[in-house]
Structure formats: structure tokens, C-alpha cells
Design a protein around this ligand. Structure first.
Ligand code: BGC
Length: 745
């Protein structure tokens, strides 16, 4: 439809119809018995007639089902306007990719884009139109369970991934023509804004960020996604500067629409409109409705308030009809861009759906992504890769050694039975090895807090703890090498999964102690959705491989890595703290007025802890390989850049593979502003490149440094660069001291 036709349609719609376009209800309202609830369900007092006008739904999925529901819905709708189907397709649809945090560890936006493209292809085949992804919150507090949904602590890395995901989901055609191809879906970025910094790491808690910190560290990824064309933005549950996002005019109207020029659709997070009453900024649902509309929120997710109250408020003149019309038009435009007015089914059919879901090609993509995301934190004595001769008898021990619970909390459609377990892969791929398997323990103690979407989850095991451990100890004694497959259960991270103690579950720690007491050759394969306190795990393991939640191809990717078919190349996208007392701890920290240096360690009045180091156990950007790389000194194409009209500088290094096997190296560039009008991070990531090197081979890696990269919000509140000295560091992780100076004139 043309814009003119859309406007004509709008002009013919009743007030009730318009309000309906701005409401979203769970799929169970359209087809009984099909409700996946991803939030608490309150009373929704809408009539049947009203529900028949509701413009969008979430978490319904499947070509046949959505075709049927769409047909019935449109038949009954006065203007036959199609229904919009949305869902959380986070790290894959049916073919599950590594969780977003693991995708951050890939330091490879091209592969991130590919993962999003594959997810979109499957989601579109299943009949979906919009995915509630990517989640772009900057995350620096691993107590918060939702860190698994982000690509990490760094605004630059997150921005690169944000662009990649939006482009991957929405496809090339949309970028060029404004019309979605049939194998793409619209991206809804979330949670706007600042949700990643809840006080105390407790989910849904208040957020306190200075405007400067918000703009410097928390907004860049959202901005990058908006610039990349993301079509929807979701509110966050938190308050920011004491204003809940869903009532935050400053965020949604002044910043998002006016400053950034966002023209797409905004939506609340689940029931966030009703939560305005819990926040106590609205006395009742009428006020909540008015506040949200006034803030610039288009769609109300799962409360019914908009649909119930908007007509009344418009009739009373509290909400101008123009404002309502603008919001409805945005929703209609999205439906139009998805081609729904031409074909409300977007060509879906069951055969095509079945052919595409979990196809060999998609599994291959998922496996490659998983392999790239693994981070090798330790490899004493080159225990890895395993070798049929050298490693002797190998015992795989632990609750993850034969489990399909490997997909992360947000993989609603994941089928554990379709995920390759470590045991399945090992039995197939490690025929030359002598293998043994033992479950070892439950995922968690019965009293550990684990809850699923549909109620409490009791992490069961096949027998009593003593028997499982005894069996594991016997297997470990008999083996030359133990591969201990342990970590958090997938439901220990994700939404509503904050933890104050970020260690592996106690029952698995007991298993680790028992096994490592009888066999020193422990390789730990760690499943996790958050950075954990790994002091004990690391000290009792000779090798430590973080595999996050790898998804469908988990076992294959892990076994390929353990046996050296894949050489690990992932880097930490978030620092792993020494212990929880340091949290939040991140590499781009501040010098403070009392920094600890090599020369003043004996002094008292310094910014440090008495009982633990300042540095995390494993820092951002860190990750080992089975080979080693050396870096030449940093060379610069000049000594300075001019602030105005100057040429860019090029910083280069020569990287050499000094080991005996091919490997991929993530070359990272950080810049430090030596003196500036406001205190700035000790260094900031400004570039990275993933290169592959055969043994003995070198490659020149060059990065451009532009004046724009050096800008920040100065003391006068303006974003600009300031003349002075800078240092550029290029190396293998955020602690590299391989640097060179240049000036900005
Ligand atoms: C989550 C969102 C999600 C929404 C819909 C909420 O509880 O916070 O991230 O997109 O539910 O499932």
C-alpha cells in the first residue's frame, strides 16, 4: 500500500479499532491452549469483541497454526487488517546458536550477522514477523541473570554486534527498499534504556546512571541499531533517573524520536504499563495509559490497558486523536513493510517450514558459531587438545556430559532431544580414544533457585549424590585424563535469574573436588550464561574451556575443540571477576585519584581492596589458543592527527603464529586518552580484527584511527575531541601494553 492508502485506511477506522492496533496479547488469546508466558499474567478485562481487534500477538509460532489464526482473525476484522506475530527469537529459532554473550565472545560481527540471518529465515518460515531481539544492554554486573542476552560489557563491541544482528534479521532487501523479504523479520531492539545496570544486580531493580555514563557507555549500541534501521524499540522495566522507561518521555520522545530520528514502532516490555502502578508513578490504569502515550509508547504488551482505556481518554480529550493516529500509522506502516497487506501469510507453508528448520546448513552454521565462541582460559602443560596417544583413557564426567540442556534460557523452541550431547559426539568422533562416561552429580542442589517459564524446576539426577560421586571418582581414578562437564543450569541465567553467589552450583563444586583429588589431569568444560567466580574451578583444573550455552551443535563443537579439530579463538566479552565483591568490574574502568602502580604498592591510601586484587580473574578480551602469537611493536603512519580536516592515522602490527598449528587470532586495538577535561576510561576498545594464520606465518594488521574515534562528551557537555596525547595499544587482550603514542592537534 502507498502511504496515502494507509492514511485512508486509518481515517476509516473506529476509535476502538485504532486502540486495538496498539495492543498486544499472548497467543493463547487467539488460540486456546497455546500460551507460552514469558512474564506474569494479570487479569485482562477485554471483551471478545475487543480481542478480535487486537493488532498483534506474541509467542505463537508455526506455519499451519499462524496461517489458521491469521485467516480467522482477518475474516472477523472490520477492515481485514492482518495480525502481527512477534516472538523472542534470541539465539536461533529451532536451530539454536550460542547465547548472545557467547556470540559476543566470537568478536566476529559477520558471523553474528549470519546467525541472525539463519534465525530470521527459520522464524519467517514459522510464520513470525518480528523478533524481540537484539538485546543491547551494556552488561557489567554478572549477578544480573540477563547478561547472557547481551554481547557484553563493551559499548564498541556491542555496537558492532548490534548492527550485525539488525542487518541479519531484517535482511538486505529491507535496507535497500524498505520492504522485508519473505525470509527476514523485523528487529525489535531492547530494553531501552539502561536495563543492564540494575542496582545490586537484581533484576527489574532501579538504575542510577549519570547522563554522561548513559550516553557514553549504555546508549551507543541502541543508537547503532537504530542507525542500522531497526524497526522497533522495546521499553525496559527499570527506572532511569527515577522515571520508569514506559513513562519516560525524555527517552522515547526527546532522545529516540527527535534526537535520533527513529520512525519505527515502540512497545512496552511485558506488562510494563501496569507496572507503572507498582512503581507508584501512576495511581490507576487510566493514568498509566496517559503517561505511556505521552511518553511516546505505541504498543502495550500484555495488559489490555491501551485497548481498554485509550478510547475513553481520547473521547475525553486527554489524549489528542492526532497522537493516537500517529502511533497507529506507525503500526500499519510496519505491517505494510512486511508485505502483510499483499499477503498476510507471507507465503508460509508447512512443507517449506519443515525443509528449512534444523537443516544441515543451519546446523553447520550453528556449529561454526559455537566453535568460534569457546574461550580457553587455561591450558597448563598443553593438556589440550586431547590426543589418542598422549591423553590415554579419557573420562567424561559431570551433569553436562550427556545432556541436551545446552541452549540457554531464552531458547523457547529449543528441543533438548535435538541437541547433540557431548557423549553422542565423543562416541562418534573419538573412536581412537578409550572413553568412559559418568554423570557425576545433579545440575544443582534441590534448594538452588531454578525456575522455568512454567514453574519451578527441580534439577534431578539419576541417583543419590554419594552414588554418583563414587562412580565419578572411580572413573576418574581409572582415567588418564578427566573432562569435567559442569556449570550453571541454563535456567540459572536469563530473566529473573539474578544470583548473589556467582559460583558453580555447590553440588558440582563437591564433584570437582572429589574428582580432582584423585586425578590431576582435569580439563573443565564450563557451561555458563554469566561470568562466574572461577577461583576454585581454575585452581583445580589444568585446562579450562568456557563453552557458554552452545545450542544445537553443542556436543560436536565441544568435541571438535577438545580434539583440536577446532582451535579455540573466542575472547571474553565480559570480565570474569576475582569474586563477587569486585562486581561490577570491567576493563574500561577509571584511574581514580589514588591508583595502584608498580611503585606505590606498599602505601595505604590507595584505591584497592585489602583482601583481593583489583583486577578480575580473567579480563575482557582474554582467551588462549592451542597455538601462540607474537606481536611486533605498534607502528604509526604519522605522529599526529589534525582535529579538523586531517588525515587518518594508521596503526599497524605484525602478528606471527609462533606455534605449531594454524589458529585464529583476534587482534584488538585500544586507545587511551592521556589527559582530558573529564576523567575517561583507562582505555577503550576501538577496533578488532580476526585473522587466520598458519604456523610460522606473519601478517600485517592495520587499523585506522580517526579524529571521530577520539570524541567524547567533554566538560561542556558537548561531544568532541580534545587536543593532546593519546596511546594506542594493539595486542591480544585488554591488558596489552604494546603501545605507541600520537597527538591530536
Ligand atoms: C522480557 C523481554 C521479552 C518479553 C516478551 C519480557 O519478560 O523482558 O525481553 O522480549 O518478555 O517475551
Amino acid at each position: 500500500m502507498t502511504e496515502k492508502e494507509l492514511k485512508k485506511l486509518l481515517s476509516e477506522m473506529s476509535l476502538e479499532e485504532k486502540a486495538g492496533q496498539l495492543e498486544q496479547l499472548p497467543f493463547g488469546f487467539f488460540e486456546d491452549g497455546n500460551t507460552v508466558l514469558t512474564g506474569p499474567m494479570g487479569e485482562i478485562s477485554l471483551t471478545r469483541e475487543q480481542i478480535a481487534l487486537t493488532g498483534s500477538t506474541l509467542s505463537g509460532c508455526g506455519a499451519a497454526k499462524l496461517r489458521r489464526v491469521q485467516r480467522e482473525y482477518m475474516e472477523n476484522h472490520p477492515h481485514h487488517i492482518p495480525l502481527l506475530f512477534m516472538m523472542d527469537i534470541i539465539n536461533g529459532c529451532d536451530t539454536i546458536f550460542p547465547i548472545p554473550l557467547a556470540q559476543g565472545a566470537m568478536f566476529d560481527p559477520q558471523r553474528v550477522k549470519k546467525a541472525a540471518q539463519t534465525a530470521a529465515r527459520e522464524a519467517a518460515a514459522r510464520g513470525l514477523h518480528v523478533t524481540f531481539s537484539p538485546m543491547l544492554d551494556t552488561v557489567r554486573d554478572p549477578r544480573w541473570g540477563r547478561v547472557m542476552e547481551s554481547t557484553g560489557e563493551d559499548p564498541y563491541l556491542n555496537s558492532e554486534n548490534a548492527k550485525a544482528m539488525v542487518k541479519g534479521y531484517q535482511g538486505q532487501d529491507f535496507g535497500k527498499t524498505g520492504v522485508f523479504a519473505r525470509d527476514s523479520v523485523a528487529a525489535c531492539i531492547k530494553h531501552f534504556a539502561g536495563y543492564g545496570a540494575p542496582l545490586g544486580g537484581r533484576d527489574y531493580n532501579a538504575v542510577e546512571l549519570s547522563d554522561r555514563t548513559l550516553r557514553e557507555d549504555y546508549l551507543p549500541a541502541y543508537k547503532a541499531a537504530v542507525d542500522a534501521g531497526a524497526q522497533m524499540v522495546m521499553t525496559s522495566f527499570n527506572t532511569l533517573d527515577r522515571v520508569p522507561s514506559t513513562a519516560n518521555r525524555r527517552l522515547f520522545s526527546d532522545l529516540l524520536r527527535e534526537e535520533w530520528g527513529f520512525e519505527g514502532v515502540s512497545i512496552t516490555d511485558w506488562a510494563a504499563m501496569a507496572e507503572l502502578m507498582e512503581h507508584r508513578v501512576a495511581a490507576d490504569d487510566l493514568e498509566a495509559c496517559r503517561l505511556a502515550m505521552d511518553a511516546g509508547i505505541d504498543i502495550d504488551m500484555c495488559t489490555g490497558i491501551y485497548q481498554f482505556r485509550l478510547p475513553q481518554l481520547v473521547k475525553k480529550g486527554v489524549i489528542p486523536v492526532k497522537k493516537l493516529d500517529e502511533a497507529v500509522l506507525r503500526v500499519l506502516k510496519l505491517k505494510n513493510a512486511l508485505g502483510l497487506f499483499e499477503d498476510p501469510y507471507r507465503g508460509i507453508d508447512e512443507d517449506a517450514e519443515q525443509a528449512i528448520l534444523l537443516s544441515d546448513e543451519h546446523r553447520k552454521q550453528a556449529r561454526k558459531a559455537a566453535e568460534e565462541s569457546f574461550v580457553l582460559l587455561k591450558n597448563e602443560g598443553g593438556l589440550l587438545p586431547l590426543d589418542p596417544e598422549k591423553s590415554g583413557k579419557v573420562a567424561f564426567i559431570g551433569p553436562f556430559s550427556d545432556s541436551g540442556e545446552v541452549s540457554g534460557a531464552w531458547s523457547i523452541l529449543a528441543d533438548p532431544a535435538k541437541c547433540v550431547t557431548i557423549r553422542q559426539a565423543a562416541e562418534k568422533k573419538m573412536k581412537k580414544f578409550r572413553l568412559r562416561f559418568a554423570e557425576g552429580s545433579a545440575f544443582a542442589d534441590a534448594e538452588d533457585p531454578i525456575a522455568g517459564f512454567d514453574g519451578p524446576y527441580i534439577p534431578g539426577a539419576s541417583g543419590p549424590e554419594e552414588e554418583l560421586i563414587a562412580d565419578a571418582v572411580e572413573a576418574a581414578k581409572e582415567a588418564d585424563t578427566v573432562v569435567l562437564c559442569i556449570g550453571e543450569h541454563r535456567l540459572m541465567t536469563g530473566e529473573a535469574s539474578s544470583r548473589a553467589n556467582i559460583q558453580i552450583p555447590a553440588v558440582q563444586a563437591r564433584l570437582l573436588r572429589a574428582v580432582s583429588a584423585v586425578n590431576r589431569n582435569v580439563v573443565t568444560v564450563l557451561f555458563t550464561g554469566r561470568p562466574l567466580d572461577l577461583r576454585e574451578v581454575s585452581s583445580l583444573s589444568k585446562a579450562l574451556l568456557v563453552v557458554w550455552f552452545p545450542g544445537t551443535e553443542s556436543g560436536n563443537a565441544i568435541v571438535n575443540t577438545l580434539t583440536g579439530k577446532n582451535n579455540p579463538s573466542g575472547k571474553l566479552p565480559m570480565s570474569f571477576p576475582w569474586c563477587v565483591g569486585q562486581v561490577p568490574v570491567f576493563y574500561a574502568s577509571f584511574s581514580t585519584g589514588r591508583p595502584v602502580t608498580d611503585n606505590n604498592r606498599d602505601m595505604k591510601f590507595l584505591s584497592r581492596y585489602m583482601d583481593i586484587p583489583n583486577d578480575p580473574l580473567y579480563s575482557f578480551g582474554f582467551g588462549l589458543s592451542y597455538t601462540s602469537f607474537s606481536f611486533s611493536e605498534v607502528s604509526l603512519s604519522g605522529k599526529s592527527i589534525k582535529r579538523r580536516g586531517g588525515k587518518k592515522l594508521t596503526a599497524g602490527v605484525r602478528v606471527t603464529n609462533t606455534g605449531d598449528r594454524a589458529g585464529e587470532c583476534v587482534v584488538q586495538m585500544y586507545i587511551r586518552d592521556e589527559v582530558s577535561s573529564v576523567a575517561r576510561p583507562v582505555r577503550e576498545l576501538k577496533g578488532f580484527k580476526r585473522i587466520t594464520l598458519e604456523p610460522g606465518v606473519s601478517e600485517e594488521v592495520a587499523f585506522e584511527i580517526s579524529e571521530k574515534m577520539l570524541r567524547f562528551i567533554g566538560i561542556d557537555g558537548k561531544r568532541k575531541s580534545e587536543p593532546g596525547k593519546f596511546t594506542v595499544y594493539i595486542g591480544e587482550d585488554s591488558s596489552t601494553m604494546n603501545g605507541a603514542d600520537f597527538a591530536l592537534m
